[in-house]
Design a protein around this ligand. Structure first.
Ligand SMILES: [Fe+2]
Ligand SMILES: [Fe+2]
Length: 305
């Protein structure tokens, strides 16, 4: 069965990606802390942003690992050779993401007074009880819902990736750790390159609209109520970060800035029945950044292994 001829039970054709190029796997090695040791507040001295990104960086490998467990379960059911190659490219990219984010976690952020990030790094690690409970939960909900959650997570990373690459205030943030910024721009680019792979795989196995839409509804409702207290707790437990007026001012700036302003609305686009990731055109942005990072004089050519 061709990817483009997938039908729902009601026989209405569902859109799948027109770009069938498998994502290119780039083996990267970033030079965290080589030019200068990473500073505690590594994002421009910004307290909430540094704490929030440290927690995000700790969580990224966990999110990517659950996606890879989903892939393992459904890969045998994919007979379409084109989709199969795209999934293999997706897996390759995510494995490198996990590895580089883990290096940043283990070699730097783990030593930089981020108590919540440190807990996130360890709580769901293989071999722990919480890890076993998560794997059991994934098995319990079944492969289709697991894949639906994965497609939903990919919409979140693609949305953040697009914001990162489209806003100079983010990709050129003055005072941010330069190597961490490089990591984020590379990751952002690859999230856009493979943004539709899991979505198409989910449709291929006949995943329902209700499950994927419901999983995003949970995120839209719960994102700030969960993330906000976690960041606050992280700041409160790091005595040197507790400057209430500065934290309040910086938080207000972040809420109005290109990272968070309007974010929930963009995430909610995923909840429209019939939505496909290609509905949001990122082709020009991807081409521009492929050239900028990996073209003849690309900024990250020397980070390729
Ligand atoms: Fe990723
Ligand atoms: Fe991804």
């Amino acid at each position: 069965m061709s990817v483009t001829s997938i039908l729902r039970k009601d026989k209405t054709p569902l859109r799948t990606s027109k770009d069938t190029t498998p994502p290119k796997v780039r083996r990267m090695r970033f030079r965290f802390g080589e030019a200068a040791p990473m500073e505690h507040l590594f994002i421009n001295g910004n307290i909430p942003l540094s704490h929030g990104l440290a927690i995000g960086n700790a969580a990224i490998p966990l999110g990517e690992e659950t996606m890879l467990r989903a892939v393992k379960k459904f890969m045998k059911d994919i007979e379409d050779p084109v989709l199969k190659k795209r999934v293999v490219g997706f897996v390759g990219q995510e494995l490198v993401h996990s590895k580089e984010h883990d290096r940043l976690n283990d070699e730097h952020l783990a030593n930089l007074r981020y108590p919540i990030a440190n807990s996130v790094m360890t709580v769901l690690r293989e071999g722990t009880r919480s890890f076993e409970a998560l794997v059991k939960l994934e098995d319990f909900v079944g492969v289709k819902l697991h894949m639906g959650v994965t497609a939903m997570l990919e919409h979140i990373t693609a949305t953040l990736g697009r914001r990162m690459l489209a806003n100079e205030e983010l990709y050129n943030m003055p005072g941010a750790d330069p190597e961490a910024l490089k990591l984020l721009t590379w990751h952002a680019l690859e999230e856009l390159e493979h943004k539709s792979v899991m979505f198409d795989a989910y449709r291929y196995v006949g995943g329902s609209e209700v499950a994927r839409i419901g999983s995003m509804a949970v995120v839209v409702i719960g994102l700030y109520p969960v993330l906000g207290p976690l960041v606050l707790l992280s700041i409160l437990r790091d005595r040197e970060s507790w400057h209430p007026l500065v934290v309040a001012r910086q938080t207000a700036q972040i809420a109005r800035g290109p990272l968070l302003k309007g974010l929930l609305g963009e995430l909610a686009e995923f909840m429209r029945p019939g939505f496909h990731p290609d509905d949001i055109d990122t082709e020009d942005l991807v081409q521009e950044w492929q050239l900028k990072l990996f073209g003849a004089n690309g900024e990250l050519v020397d980070r390729l292994r």
